[in-house]
Design a protein around this ligand. Sequence first.
Ligand SMILES: [Zn+2]
Ligand SMILES: [Zn+2]
Length: 415
Amino acid sequence: MELTVQQPCPTCGAEILLQEDDRLVQCEYCDVHNYMVHRKLPRFLLPARLPSHVSRESLFYVPYLRFKGTIFYCQKNKVHNKIIDTTRIGFSMRKMPVSLGLRPQAMNVRQVTGDVEGHFVRQTIKARAIFTDAAKLSILFAKDKKNPVVHRAFIGETVSRVYLPLYVYHGNLYDGVNHSKLGPSSLIDSFAATTVRVSPEWEPSFLSTICPGCGATMKGSRDSLVMTCTNCETLWQEREGIFHQLDFGVVESSTQAAVHLPFWHIEPEVRGCTLATLADFLELTNQPVVVRKAHRDKKMAFIVPAFKVNPNTFLNSAKNLTSVQLVFNGMTQKTVAGSYPVTLPHKEAVQALKVVLAGAAVSPKKVFAVLEKLDFRVTAQQLLYLPFQWVGHDVRQEQTGFSFSSASLRFGRSM
Ligand SMILES: [Zn+2]
Ligand SMILES: [Zn+2]
């Protein structure tokens, strides 16, 4: 479930409510649109409701790491998945809750901004260790010693830090949200000397939504990672605080009723097996198709959803559309109005390539035998917009007939 975040408008200061994955901040007071960029991990506070005898300046903030996403893992010639949505404490301390439970979802959290007073406890447990614990990976994977996990990937991930406020009163330490007594005030001795104050780089920064190419205003939905300029027909993606132009292609629809869904079209250079052409892919994964010259002439490219969607649909779309990609020709470079937003970053799609290859294997032995030593290097990438039609409760790809339940799109949007 997504968090709701209170964020001051970077232009006028008015309080705006955002969803955790929102990028485009639209202020209803000053009507200015800004694109939000996190330089580091996003940081949120659970809001403290303090009794009058406690000052904000005296608060201690204890860090919890929040993970949300899907872990795919390859074991015993199968690709499995597990959805993770949890918080775990980042500091080892007696009497503290290990997880924040449902509290971050049940209340609006606040973006950490430069004016927050109080003392921030340093995270001392490594994120990787917290994640492994959170996913109960050790249990999950230890169960089956005979069949080791040959690959794992965490896709669609959101990682953030959520702080729980604590305060001391009359010799006791209290939870600043629900005011439960955690123990004697001596509990703070383990961290009080090493706390830090808020740092400006914890705050998100904001980019103007003016097109760097032509100066027109770019458009995007609230959670889109890619901004569109319909004036000069360009797409833009933020990287290291700057908008960079993005290569894209649109497969046109024969009807008006289509919605165009975005996919990452990724050309890799693969070491550890022969995967230079589409024919190599079809043969390695034993697809039930007759390999033709056209397959041999087609440079290998993976087609992976560029939107968050439920894990099975993600994998099915990628393996099906990758296999049948010869039908996608006649592309245009004209932006399409109302296309579905890009919500899955390119780098996560790249992390999914091994999983897609493993998932596509009809007789998996051959692929699983080489999976561990495969190395993918991306040589070219672009966004590919494919037309889909709504058919009952499904969305169906126009050229291939491949379809999936529209509910899995809704699931992905709230994931
Ligand atoms: Zn404003
Ligand atoms: Zn433009």
